[in-house]
Design a protein around this ligand. Structure first.
Ligand code: E4P
Length: 215
């Protein structure tokens, strides 16, 4: 069971890294555009400053050759750098080639168990079902995670389920329960994983009682 952060904000990552509970990072072009950094420089900085098992960098390209060419700049950074590819025919072709070269891959934008089966056949290290975007489109993202987990279990697939597009803590615990090995979270969801109103209320009482204890 691992938690990755889904962000391209360096400070957000640094603050949470201190907990020792963050194992990796996922990024995408939208997150990087919002943070206004250079994609390559950002991945390089993360690789240099932190000890993550995986840092996903998404590649750009209309066909497998372009994706593979775009991936080279990230592969050169370090072996934890994980090439994020779209779940398309071309993305799967590129995934298979990278897998054969020993490069870690994350096949993204997964919305069906059939797609997840194809990613496993392409040797993907991670498959990223987009839980929140399933829910946005009136079907259950956590049920998708459960279906993929069942399929991968029966077929003994090595590909790990990396549940993505998570927007609340309830979905996080359901994803782990249904077989996700990894969840990737925006920092506001990560923070809510340990915050609880009843913990705060209980702590306030205990702190008051500590003050009243006899010396
Ligand atoms: C995961 O790899 C994606 O970057 C991300 O989780 C997408 O989340 P969103 O649907 O909230 O944009």
């Amino acid at each position: 069971m691992q938690i990755f952060l889904d962000t391209a904000d360096y400070k957000e990552i640094k603050d949470r890294y201190e907990t020792g509970l963050v194992s990796g990072i996922t990024t995408n072009p939208t997150l990087v555009r919002k943070s206004g950094v250079s994609y390559h420089e950002f991945i390089t900085r993360l690789s240099k400053d932190f000890d993550f098992v995986s840092i996903s960098a998404e590649v750009n390209g209309n066909n497998a050759d372009d994706m593979l060419q775009n991936a080279q700049q990230y592969i050169a950074i370090g072996e934890e750098v994980t090439i994020k590819l779209p779940l398309t025919k071309e993305g799967l072709i590129a995934c298979k080639i990278l897998t054969e070269q020993g490069v870690k891959t994350n096949v993204t934008l997964c919305f069906s168990a059939a797609q997840a089966a194809m990613a496993a056949l392409a040797g993907a290290t991670y498959i990223s079902p987009f839980v929140g975007r399933c829910n946005d489109n009136s079907f259950s993202g956590v049920e998708l995670v459960r279906a993929i987990s069942g399929l991968y279990g029966v077929q003994r697939c090595q590909t790990k389920i990396l549940a993505a597009s998570l927007r609340d803590v309830h979905h996080v615990s359901r994803c782990f329960l249904y077989g996700a090995s990894v969840v990737t979270l925006p920092t506001k969801v990560f923070d809510k994983m340990y915050d609880h109103v009843l913990t705060d209320a209980g702590l306030a009482i205990f702190e008051e009682d500590f003050k009243q204890l006899k010396e």
